[in-house]
Design a binder for this molecule. Structure first.
Ligand SMILES: Cc1cc2nc3c(=O)[nH]c(=O)nc-3n(C[C@H](O)[C@H](O)[C@H](O)COP(=O)(O)OP(=O)(O)OC[C@H]3O[C@@H](n4cnc5c(N)ncnc54)[C@H](O)[C@@H]3O)c2cc1C
Length: 492
């Protein structure tokens, strides 16, 4: 039995981009509009913070206005919407810098930072009593053909990034829809391809982190999540690309053993086929009689019927297939999920071993049966995807499992859903520990708020993250004032 050795990787919130030239030429906020520093006692709560922000020239979107409602409705998951006291939308990095200085020195209110707003849970990219800094207007991408670098503003969505880059014949490994991506086998995670972060630190200073400048911060940002500042631009190495070949194929649940075998063998051979990407998800889709298995198979060089997919191809019957040649953007769009439901997700990593994958699918089926019987069959969907973490990323291949419950209901039902999803996760954990297939690494992008993905990087990496946070935010401003998202564990 092999274990992966978990090195310091993971994922940084990469949704980003901007016509940087154009956007730096103007700002809606000027220093002259800022009030004098009245000290933190100048206000008594988040509502007065919003008043102060407006007095200072920051446009604050207020509850029950069209702009506010539209942005709140754009969170992927209902569970992530927190209804903040107001939303502020900076346009350029300097706006973010002024905003952080202003909030930190003139108010006592907390804040959240929002990029794509795709975290399944809250509070992460939104905040109940406080100010949400929504980077959604910082959504431009520029391509520098000389350095083959995409400069992507900090609030961009991958679909916009990909469509801007497509005419140049390049793309970035940004995520199928988010970080683990079609190109992971050859180029790694999205964060592995960031060559520079432009970032506003806790004291409002705008700086850069790259291999030569603030190199410790550069490393920490590759997986350290919302602990070091607000990234206003991601500069990423571009990949020259044409169309991909791939799509989704669907099988009935009784093909479980065959699909697990195909996936597991694919992971074992991934190092020899770095153009390939495969993942399979057991999917109960609301109202269906039983789950189906959807497999996403892609070849980044556009080659049809690559031998590594032959085992998948031999599984009959297929319920559907969308295999075709198409752009990175088009393949990504196929993987979108509907917004506006409550969501509970979890992440778990195991050794690439068919028996533990099979066990997880049995837990998936048991969950579906009980939720259907007790809550109703047309109110929810449950996805249990297995994504390879191939040996090109780690010392040995592993399967990154997750489960997403997408459902209708109120906060009480969400509490019950989280209880059951936790039981599902713990059952898989117990079995993987029992069988020696457990890998402690928790993939941050899919982890629930009850998980601790930063701790899963190991004690040395946690100590490193603490040192970097203490250096760049010595007063612990972000820990205290920006409480959402995964924070560095305080205790060993
Ligand atoms: C339908 C769907 C498909 C997905 N597919 C994939 C996939 O293919 N591969 C994958 O790896 N993941 C995937 N994910 C997971 C996704 O990558 C994570 O949810 C990720 O955090 C989303 O990024 P975001 O920009 O929307 O983050 P947000 O939800 O906006 O923010 C996440 C956290 O980062 C902080 N933050 C956001 N922007 C910044 C910034 N500029 N500077 C500092 N902190 C910031 C926020 O405060 C928050 O704590 C998927 C999620 C969904 C809902």
């Amino acid at each position: 039995m092999v274990y992966i050795s978990v090195k310091f990787v993971a994922f940084a919130f990469l949704n980003v981009a901007a016509n940087l030239g154009a956007s730096t030429s103007h700002s809606t906020m000027t220093d002259s509009l800022l009030p004098t520093n009245r000290g933190p006692d100048a206000i008594s709560g988040p509502d007065s913070t919003c008043d102060l922000l407006e007095t200072a020239g920051f446009k604050a979107l207020r509850p029950n206005t069209a702009g506010y409602n539209a942005r709140e409705a754009e969170y992927y998951s209902l569970s992530a919407r927190m209804c903040p006291s107001c939303i502020v939308q900076p346009k350029i990095a300097e706006d973010v810098s002024r905003l952080i200085k202003f909030l930190a020195t003139n108010t006592t209110s907390n804040w959240a930072v929002r990029c794509g707003g795709h975290t399944a849970w809250g509070p992460a990219a939104d905040i109940r009593d406080g100010v949400t800094i929504d980077l959604g207007l910082m959504n431009q991408t520029e391509y520098d053909a000389e350095t083959k670098t995409a400069k992507i503003q900090g609030g961009s969505l991958w679909q916009d990034v990909y469509s801007t880059l497509e005419p140049y014949g390049v793309t970035v490994p940004g995520g199928r829809t988010r970080g683990n991506n079609f190109y992971s086998s050859s180029v790694g995670f999205g964060c592995d391809n960031v060559v520079n972060y432009e970032i506003v630190l806790a004291n409002g200073e705008l700086t850069n982190a790259n291999a030569n400048e603030n190199a410790d911060l550069f490393k920490a940002l590759k997986g350290g999540s919302a602990n070091f500042g607000i990234v206003t631009r991601f500069d990423m190495r571009a990949i020259v690309t044409g169309d991909l070949y791939g799509g989704l194929i669907t099988h009935q649940l009784n093909a479980t053993d065959k699909v697990i075998s195909a996936l597991s063998n694919f992971v074992d051979r991934a190092a020899d086929y770095q153009a390939g990407s495969a993942f399979s998800f057991w999917s109960y889709i609301r109202g269906a009689s039983e789950s189906v298995i959807i497999s996403a198979l892609h070849d980044a060089t556009g080659t049809a019927d690559a031998p590594a997919f032959a085992e998948y191809a031999a599984i009959e019957p297929r319920l559907s297939s969308s295999l075709r040649k198409a752009s990175h953007l088009n393949m990504t769009e196929e993987l979108y999920f509907a917004k506006g439901f409550r969501n509970v997700w979890f992440a778990h990593t195991v050794v690439n071993d068919p028996a533990i994958l099979k066990y997880a699918t049995e837990q998936h089926n048991a969950f579906v049966a009980s939720w259907k019987a007790e809550v109703g069959d047309d109110t929810f969907s449950l996805y249990t995807p297995f994504q390879p973490l191939p040996s090109t990323l780690f010392a040995h291949g592993a399967a990154q499992g997750a489960a997403f419950l997408v459902f209708e209901g109120g906060p009480e039902l969400e509490a019950e859903a989280r209880r059951r999803m936790t039981a599902y996760r713990e059952a898989v954990k117990r079995e993987s520990v029992r069988t020696g297939t457990d890998v402690p690494f928790e993939y941050l992008n899919y982890a629930d708020k009850t998980q601790d993905p930063l701790r899963s990087y190991g004690a040395d990496n946690v100590a490193f993250l603490r040192r970097v946070a203490a250096k760049y935010d010595p007063e612990g401003t972000l820990r205290r004032r920006m409480p959402g998202g995964f924070k560095i564990p305080e205790e060993d």
